[in-house]
Design a protein. Structure first.
Ligand SMILES: [Zn+2]
Length: 361
């Protein structure tokens, strides 16, 4: 479905085959110079067909895409970028310079070693990733497989050969390895075709999340930073723990930053557009204040972050969560515990066996 926001600016709806959000909603700027996109979608067959069709409704072709802004390096936003660049040579990928490409790194390294490291980290925080919960969640697996198929095709076409073994090996190594052509800094201005946009660095959901502000029309493109009905996952990852990064603290500051923009319309990458963006930012801030208290109250004695996650309320009962969802819940709980430590309310204790537990100060 294509919706016109103002003449020359359109909102698309690209289906997501995995995850519960239903659609990614990229924005298209149509100009004399060609097309500019903000976000794309998963690199899956269904998503590609939908994008091609909807760009067609705007009398355009994928090859007309001159630049692609991507809010952050998650597959429902960046997944199709490689395919777009393959179809539209010269298309510039524009992202925030500080973004972290975990998705790519996973495939750069030995995947088995990466999985062992990740499992060891979860176990340190009380979650055993190796137990079979008998709860199915094929979402992540499905899109990874679909993107892998597409990647093989792109590589095969590029190489112009059909040596399957080499192609598969190439695909595994190149999957997710995509580098931005333009790396933005906070406050950078980027102009094209009568549009003058400003980069707003909004770390939290990811370290280099990009929102875009149009000061002339007072539009704010919010990516996943601000959504109309849900709050994005804000997780502490092992890399954050290593460098002492506090994603939730960053997220809260980024919400305030967006609330302070003079916005008349919030244009998110999923769900509905947001008429009162400052109000929505403040609602999400309030939600996390309550969540901090809830996490604090879930502590008793010395317990692991995974036990805290079991004790707080989620949108669905924790017992029904697949292991992937439990991993996400663990990261989310840890980002709250980290802020409680910084606020002097909670203490982090590393035990002799390398496990980490948390207690009230
Ligand atoms: Zn998303």
């Amino acid at each position: 479905m294509v919706t016109e926001i103002v003449p020359g600016l359109f909102r698309l709806s690209i289906p997501m085959t995995a995850g519960g959000l239903g659609w990614t909603t990229p924005y298209v700027f149509r100009g004399n110079d060609g097309l500019t996109l903000f976000d794309c979608g998963y690199g899956t067959r269904g998503a590609i067909e939908a994008l091609t069709e909807q760009i067609g409704e705007l009398d355009g072709k994928i090859a007309d895409i001159k630049r692609l802004f991507v809010s952050h390096a998650h597959p429902d936003h960046l997944g199709m970028a490689k395919w777009i660049k393959d179809q539209a040579p010269g298309c510039e990928l524009v992202m925030m310079g500080s973004e972290r490409f975990t998705y790519g790194q996973i495939h750069h390294r030995d995947p088995q070693q990466a999985e062992r490291d990740s499992n060891a980290w979860a176990l340190k925080h009380g979650l055993d990733m190796t137990i079979d919960l008998k709860i199915e969640d094929d979402g992540p697996r499905r899109w990874i497989n679909e993107e892998r198929e597409l990647d093989k095709e792109i590589e095969a076409r590029r190489r112009g050969n059909s040596d399957t073994a080499t192609t598969v090996e190439m695909a595994t190594r190149t999957l997710g390895r995509i580098e931005p052509d333009v790396r933005l800094h906070d406050g950078d201005e980027y102009s094209f075709d009568g549009w003058s946009l400003k980069a707003v660095w909004t770390p939290g959901h990811t370290p280099g999340h990009l929102c875009i502000y149009d000061p002339k029309r007072k539009f704010t493109f919010t990516g996943d930073h601000v959504l109309s009905r849900i709050t994005p996952n804000v997780s502490l990852a092992s890399e954050d723990e290593e460098i002492g990064r506090s994603p939730l603290r960053e997220f809260r500051a980024s919400l305030q930053k967006v609330a302070d923009l003079d916005s008349e319309l919030g244009l998110p990458a999923h769900q509905d557009t947001i008429a009162d963006l400052p109000k929505r930012c403040l609602e999400i801030l309030e939600h996390h204040d309550e969540r901090l208290d809830e996490v604090y109250n879930a502590l008793g004695g010395r317990i692991s972050a995974a036990e805290v996650a079991e004790n707080v309320e989620w949108s669905k009962p924790y017992e029904t969560f697949s292991i992937f969802k439990r991993r996400a819940a663990l990261g989310e709980t840890l980002s709250h515990l980290q802020v409680l430590v910084e606020d002097g309310r909670v203490r982090r204790v590393e035990l002799a066996d390398n496990r980490v537990v948390w207690e009230h100060v």
